[in-house]
Design a binder for this molecule. Sequence first.
Ligand SMILES: [Zn+2]
Length: 329
Amino acid sequence: MRIFLTYDYELFFGEPAGTVEKSIIEPTNLLRAIASRTGIKMVFFIDVGYLKKLAEYKDLFPKVKAEYDAVIDQLKTLVAEGHDCQLHIHPHWEDCTHTGTNWKMNTSRYKLVDFPDAEIERIVLEYQHILKTITQQPVTIFRAGGWCLQPFSRIRPAFEKAGLKIDSSVFPGGKFTAGNYYYDFTVTPPKSTWKFGSDLCIEDENGPFTEYPISAFSYRPAFFWKLFLMGRLDPKNHKPLGDGYPMPSPGLRKKMLTRGMLLSASADGYFVTKLDAVLRKNQQKNYAEMVVLGHPKACTRFALKKLENFIQRHKNNHQFTTFTRLPQL
Ligand SMILES: [Zn+2]
């Protein structure tokens, strides 16, 4: 199995958005240390809208300049160490401002499809260019902010212009259409990768793009009760290292605690305890790939320890790798 540990490199999108040190720099450095101790490479999907806004405000406010310098410096280190730094778009940054003390988040246009066609194309090409300029590497791999990339037919022209080749936004079976979110992955090809054209969830052998879906897992209510309880009982090990607040997901918590939920396979917090089960499931299906989603901001001490154990346990029988190392790229 090829295992891709992928991390969305971003602040929180509620208020406060969290500090760059606690929510990005420090947890990413802990992940870098794990990668270096275990000899593996990871994938970082970089929230480029944030980089754009940092650049926009850095000459106005010294605080933002320091934030900008820290992030750019870390991205260059990640690239130098051989990790993938690829494109993650949260287009709501277009509508966000900085007051000199903190970010003012406006998530009313949270998805790319909330923007007109011409703007979608402008955003994708501009963000790709910003990232490429920093990393000096080709940028051909994409993950949508909040899994929101539908209807893809409206985004396809921008993907083609930008020469994007791989998407990793889908998690099979997932569906959430409340608040600012919209994604519906109820029906997908029963595979661990597929080619697609105008619809993310329909296989098209002649399509120009390849989907590497994030593995999915059905978490039971008891799992979520444990997760919430551990955060209360043992915050030192189970509270996220990031210090911001997420954007609201209406009704989600209640659903998790009463009915359970199918979500991405994840290295975040207590979700890490299910990685072995996800791996077994993917093996039973004869999948050759397993994509795990994580966020530096949502790492806990517990999760980092368990993740390192997971890698050590499996690195000889499986290949922890990145998208740019795929033979076809
Ligand atoms: Zn994100």
